[in-house]
Design a protein around this ligand. Sequence first.
Ligand SMILES: Nc1ncnc2c1ncn2[C@@H]1O[C@H](COP(=O)(O)OP(=O)(O)OP(=O)(O)O)[C@@H](O)[C@H]1O
Ligand SMILES: [Mg+2]
Length: 308
Amino acid sequence: MSLLSVRNLVIDYAETRALDGADLDVAPGEKVGLVGESGSGKSTLGSAVGRLLPRTARRTGGEVLVAGEPVFDLPPAGLRRLRRRQLGFVFQDPIGSLDPTMRVGAQLRLVLGRGADVSMHLERVRLDDPRVARAYPHQLSGGMAQRVAVAMAMATSPELLVADEPTAALDSQVREEVLNVVFSLAADAGTSLLWLSHDLPAVARRCDRIAVMYGGRVVEHGPAREVLGKPAHPYTAALAGSAPAAAAHGARLEPVPGRPPVLTGPSPGCAFAPRCALAVDRCHHERPGPVRVRHQDVLCHRAGEVTA
Ligand SMILES: Nc1ncnc2c1ncn2[C@@H]1O[C@H](COP(=O)(O)OP(=O)(O)OP(=O)(O)O)[C@@H](O)[C@H]1O
Ligand SMILES: [Mg+2]
């Protein structure tokens, strides 16, 4: 059974449709990378997992199940319990995710409970210096602060950790170290990982599966090696082709000419059609339903015809 199951989820921010029928499954212990250009809906999907969306967001359709529990239909106490016991979150801005007025050790004790071994939890994220526990967040480097955030998110050994570009704000030298910490703690605890990222090659190195988002939908999902090596969606093929060069320059992905869509309602056809070299008439008018191509689930009318 899936630990996380997102079914046809539709989320609107006022006039903007951020998710346009997104589907995603994460099995227990699985490491899933969620990739896509800026604005494709990664953060909206990641936050929806814990119902941590901004007030202006509205769920217009679909559902999110965590261990079978419907996140959007839980009463407040049930939602708190789910967040505390089953879910962990790490966001892009590490210092912003900590309380600036509280020493690091005190914040950890708040999560762990009184009498908890704070230094052990800091050592698990390779922060061995005892001064860290006595420091305020602004006295830490970005990399150290993110390790503290990881320690807090993993303190309760959640079943699922959602990491939303956890290293995007960090210097490139410390990125790998922070990712190493995240992945080794998750492996030790048997925690499933949903890692939101722009970096397709990095995701391919570390994840079992890759889900590719475009226009608020997961347009391709499958084993990492297959998705990267034999993409079935034209958009993935473009991403896979452009990723190494883009990554080398540390640039954000710009895989195909043209701009990603900003939707104001349901996309009438495939949202990628205006930029797609394979698009035919039907792609502009008919929403693609899921098809299975080799090991991948794909939303594309021409999925079987892609050759990367
Ligand atoms: N708080 C908000 N209010 C209004 N619109 C929003 C808000 N957050 C996101 N959006 C819009 O929803 C869409 C999806 O955004 P989202 O942040 O989920 O994408 P993303 O894939 O995480 O992008 P990025 O890679 O830049 O983090 C975009 O069109 C974005 O402009
Ligand atoms: Mg985002």
